[in-house]
Design a protein around this ligand. Structure first.
Ligand code: TIU
Length: 221
């Protein structure tokens, strides 16, 4: 067992054999200059700062033999898996399925929907395509983790208060112990990022733990 002593609100203990590194939605459309996220007026720099620490953590997790799971938010080309309540949201002409700067917005198979080159999955690493904000909703993630006897998750990706938060809440209710890596998650809104992390660790760790990736790197074999 390994212990991240600096985690808040209390030290986080995990067994690498039953722990997965979860990399949420590190997609070009959210992170790259000229992508969908930036076209909405967002500062992608707030998200891009996660790439370097996450690259280091990913390398260490792979070297330590942890399961690595990537997710992507997106929909089938006919949008049959996108509820109207989601489809009708957003600015007109910049909605899911509309042509975007890097292909149709949040549609599977489009260039912008895929993961940034720096964090490309290795052959054999599961990539979970999800239609929702949470990675457990309408996906095989729970079954995949159960099959591998995973019950601890090191959670990274974007955005802190949207897909990361939703996934951590879903995971918490399913019995997973989540450590969220503060420098490896990001939001377009710094205030939401800060408060989002505080919300996870508050009340004795109501949704999990929070630490920096360097705290994990220090204990990984
Ligand atoms: N992956 C993810 O967080 N999807 C979003 O839509 N995030 C926003 O912050 N909008």
């Amino acid at each position: 067992m390994l212990t991240v002593a600096a985690a808040r609100p209390i030290p986080y203990t995990f067994d690498p054999a039953t722990t997965a590194l979860l990399v949420i939605d590190m997609q070009r459309d959210f992170l790259e200059p000229g992508g969908f996220g930036e076209s909405l007026g967002n500062d992608v720099g707030q998200l891009r700062r996660t790439i370097a620490p996450l690259t280091r953590l990913l390398a260490a997790a792979r070297a330590a033999g942890l399961t690595v799971v990537h997710t992507r938010e997106g929909h089938l080309p006919d949008l049959s898996d996108c509820p109207p309540a989601k489809l009708n949201r957003g600015l007109p002409s910049k909605r899911i399925g509309d042509p975007g700067p890097k292909g149709r917005i949040l549609v599977r198979g489009e260039y912008g929907h895929d993961i940034v080159d720096e964090l490309a999955p290795l052959p054999g690493e599961p990539v979970v395509d999800k239609p929702g904000k949470g990675a457990f909703h309408a996906t095989g993630l729970d079954a995949l983790l159960t099959e591998r006897t995973i019950h601890s998750l090191l959670v990274t990706g974007v955005t802190t208060e949207v897909c990361v938060h939703t996934t951590v809440r879903e995971a918490n209710d399913r019995g997973y112990e989540c450590l969220v890596l503060a420098d490896c998650v990001g939001s377009y809104f710094p205030e939401f990022h800060r408060v989002g992390l505080d919300m996870i660790a508050a009340q004795g760790g109501i949704f999990g733990w929070v630490a920096d990736s360097t705290d994990v790197l220090a204990v990984l074999p």
